[in-house]
Ligand binder design. Structure first.
Ligand code: GCV
Length: 607
């Protein structure tokens, strides 16, 4: 078989027989073909956890039903890397979710790896063998919930919980043996297409309609993880239409799911996307906290509020969302985005683990009870478009299992499993990935500003692209200053945080450089801690970001990746170089034209 795709499971070529239907059977199959001798004991009470002990001629693996499968993959990865397996482990979060933004027509919203893995032409359309490969990859890093359709639910995807149930059941049966349960996004207004004249959550007919529908769903897919909902957000229907709050809206659905053990994952990405840019009283990052914090304690216990990691929308640098520090009486999930919508679109290299570490360094892991990420998957041979984007999927699984992972260790493990490179080349690849996020940050929008991108497709520099739009994402650069004052004296956003965090960001002097322009409006001649002016720092970062990308290209050329990853990575690096140059020159020119300040080092800025 020709190698279409290198994954972190080096034995991918050998398909898992379709008749294996229990995680323990898969575990045995995988261990046998991976050449690992191990006895297996399933102890259901151990849940997803596992223990590994060395025996005379191999290993004894004990674990819960899917625990044994997770343990088996640990043994296989340890063998592959020549390491000793860990003795025991259990996941920090019981729901480790992936959200696909796949549409029924086969397109993927913010997808950069080809078309949908599940749908085409308005119906299910998938390769069962490929599904098993995917399930295997997810199980190998402990991911256990897969939401298969876009949160923007458009007909006919709403039929997933109706006429498409038999097909949904078939797909669920493929993933089930791997410990992966399916989830579906639903359309809040769906009852209105079935004879109910409202979607008001307090209307009895609406509640009854959803109860009946949930019955039908769970009859066919008894282990469906639940529903995912985007309501009152970017034009989606929701309870606001009826003057109801989001606790009222979510609870109605949650009650329909409860008898079946399902969860209702309710996204908190709610803000005014029709903002008047002249309106200085509205500050988009404040929106989620304003909509939800006061509702703490009012949600059913099977509601999970899913909150994006930052208050905007997956920018290269954002503070941790203040809502993640609030609502102690509510179950919360943090949402990341593996799809590189704003972070290079799987053309530019952008390894996320260092960013996640910064987030969890500031956010106690216990502040959330579940974790979700928008996938970077698609129908491309290698699943993720850029072969290195797979490192983010791999690392996300590891993070969801244990938020205390060490970024470099996880990236190295992925590199080791995926490519058996000589030690110096492996080091080079790991360092390249480790620095990639910081480099991307330097050549794109400066110091926490974000959003200087082309509207709609979100790739490439357009410093004025979002000014004067209704989206609430402004930098307000003028000839003297740039940024927005979000402190107590400004929009007041900072007041949504616990006091110790308020203190950390309150003054430009205390505020870390990377977020200075998110929290403060600063003059170009503001002097940073290292003595450079703000404008000089902007110029320097951009020239450095471009130079670092050029250095990355050279390093990449020296790594003997196997084909086709070598060719794909090289072609994408070519595009990344172009992108980095565009960003560097356009952003520097933009600020030079406004400020009239020369670069202290006399480098070329195009006027
Ligand atoms: C699925 C951003 C993206 C949208 C996405 C939305 C969301 O606005 O640009 O494509 O819609 O986030 O997270 O719901």
């Amino acid at each position: 078989m020709s190698v279409k795709c290198h994954t972190w499971l080096p034995f991918l070529g050998q398909e898992i027989p379709a008749d294996l239907t229990a995680p323990a059977d898969i575990a045995r199959f995988e261990l046998e073909q991976g050449g690992v001798k191990a006895s297996l004991t399933v102890e259901p009470a151990m849940g997803e956890g596992w223990q590994i002990a060395k025996t005379e001629d191999g290993y004894a693996l004990r674990g819960g039903e899917s625990g044994v499968l997770y343990g088996a993959y640990q043994l296989l990865m340890a063998k592959q890397t020549g390491a000793e397996p860990q003795a025991e482990s259990a996941p920090r979060y019981s729901l480790r979710m992936l959200n696909c933004w796949d549409n029924a027509d086969g397109s993927v919203e913010r997808g950069y790896a080809g078309r949908s893995l599940f749908f085409e032409g308005g119906k299910f359309d998938y390769d069962p063998a490929r599904m098993r490969q995917l399930a295997r990859m997810l199980a190998s890093v402990g991911l256990n919930v897969l939401c298969i359709n876009n949160v923007n639910v458009r007909f006919p995807a709403d039929q997933l919980v109706n006429t498409w149930l038999p097909e949904l059941a078939e797909l669920a049966a493929i993933f089930r043996p791997f410990g992966v349960r399916l989830m579906v996004s639903i359309d809040y207004s769906m009852p209105m297409r079935y004879g109910v004249d409202t979607a008001d959550p307090l209307d009895e007919d609406v509640a009854q309609w959803w109860k009946d529908q949930a019955e039908k769903v769970y009859k066919v897919v008894p282990d469906l993880a639940g529903f995912l909902v985007k309501a009152d957000s970017e034009g989606r229907p929701g309870p606001f239409t009826y003057g109801r709050n989001h606790a009222e809206g979510a609870n109605m659905l949650a009650r329909a799911l409860k008898p079946h053990g399902g969860v209702l994952v309710w996204r908190c990405f709610v803000y005014n996307c029709q903002q008047d840019w002249r309106d200085l009283t509205t500050d988009r990052p404040k929106a989620a906290y304003e909509h939800y914090a006061y509702l703490d304690g009012q949600f059913e216990d099977n509601v999970i509020l899913q909150i994006k990691n930052g208050p905007f929308d997956f920018q290269v640098r954002e503070p941790v969302s203040p809502l993640l520090y609030a609502m102690p009486g509510t179950v919360k999930a943090i949402e990341f985005q593996l799809a590189q919508e704003y972070t290079g679109q799987q053309i530019d290299i952008y390894a996320m683990p260092p960013m996640w570490k910064e987030i969890f360094d500031e956010l106690p892991a216990d502040n959330v009870q579940a974790i979700a990420a928008v996938t970077n998957l698609g129908r491309d041979d290698n699943f993720t478009g850029h072969p290195f984007a797979a490192a983010n999927l791999f690392a996300y699984g590891c993070l969801a299992w244990n938020p205390e992972i060490v970024p470099e260790e996880v990236i190295r493990l992925w590199a080791k499993l995926t490519y058996a490179l000589p030690a110096d080349q492996e080091d080079a690849l790991v360092q390249l990935l480790m620095g990639s996020r910081r480099t991307y940050e330097k050549y794109t929008s400066p110091l926490g500003l974000g959003w200087m991108i082309y509207p709609h497709h979100h790739y490439g520099p357009n410093p004025g692209g979002y000014e004067y739009t209704p989206w609430g994402t402004y930098h307000k650069a003028d000839r003297n200053a740039v940024g927005i004052d979000r402190t107590a004296g400004g929009t007041g956003y900072l007041l949504q945080y616990p006091e110790e965090l308020q203190a950390k960001y309150a003054t430009p002097e205390n505020c870390p450089d990377e977020l200075k322009l998110f929290y403060h409006r600063l003059r170009y001649d503001y002097v940073m801690a290292d003595g450079r002016t703000l404008i000089q720092r902007i110029y320097d970062d951009h020239f450095e970001g471009l130079a670092e990308t050029q250095a990355m290209a050279e390093v990449l050329a020296g790594i003997d990746l196997p084909s086709p990853d070598r060719e794909v990575a090289a072609e994408r690096m070519h595009r990344q170089l172009h992108n980095a140059r565009e960003w560097c020159d356009i952003i520097n020119t933009f600020f030079h034209r406004l400020s009239g300040v020369e670069d202290a080092q006399g480098r070329t800025i195009y006027l």
